[in-house]
Design a protein around this ligand. Sequence first.
Ligand code: BG6
Length: 304
Amino acid sequence: MSARPGFSLDALEARWGRAGAVHFEERYGGPVAILTAHGARAVVALQGGQVLSYVPAGGLEVLWLSPQARLGTGKAVRGGIPICWPWFGLPPTQPDYPAHGLVRARDWLVAGSAAAEGQSRLVLNAEPTSADAGGWPRRALLQLEITLTDTLMLALSTENRGEEPFLLTEALHTYLAVGDIAAVRVEGLERRPFIDQLTKRWVGGEDAPVTIAGEVDRIYQETPDAVRVVDTTHARCLAVAKRGSQSTVLWNPWIDKSARLGDLGAEGYRHMVCVETANAGKDTVTLAPGARHRLVAEISVGPV
Ligand code: BG6
């Protein structure tokens, strides 16, 4: 069995498979790990270290994924949890670098797996070098730990393995699935200042929870606490708790931008909202040589 050149599913299964907890197979045209724990399930693509699906025990899908999702095209898949690193958004220096960094479309290596009662875990590594990252002049080890229990937790660690300090921005670009965006409110961002990416202006903050009835693209600052997406259609609340992050990106492309992006499907914007656990905007991380930074997001589902 081979998922694509360079990957052997048999070898992955033999080395990292864990009975009843971690299993490898091919989906969307590429290798994925399936994590299971007490009836909960998560699907993780080795391309981009991208979680594509999270279904809690007895519950509905938590992550939105494009109907056109296909691995191995050289492009990032739209949906799930893409990893934006080592910059969020447009590149800080070279304009020919891709938006949202260097690791969304590359293959990550499995570096660990574990199973315990009610818990499964996968560890992925990526180590972009200047040769395979378009001349990016830094050295870093990136490690992503994905832990499935009755929540889904992602921990992204960056270690500076070079001789110079470097500045990092990043995001766990989480596409949350919602029943109908018109019946959603986002709590936890009240009174936080944000950069409105549509007008390029700073806004001082709003008193009420956010509702979405048009394109929204905001980088909220000073957001150490959990954000809650209250979805009355599905009668559930999706909470994104976090550590190592002082900013949160809220994004819905709405109709015109969806048409430009092309991979959301006609009605995709109605069924998703991105709540991105980030270090972005004024919230940057400077890593000294040898230093590490850990960005953690924990997604849980509860009643409204
Ligand atoms: C969001 C940004 O995080 O990602 C938006 O705030 C951007 O500005 C969106 O359009 C999607 O980016 P991409 O590169 O996946 O199309």
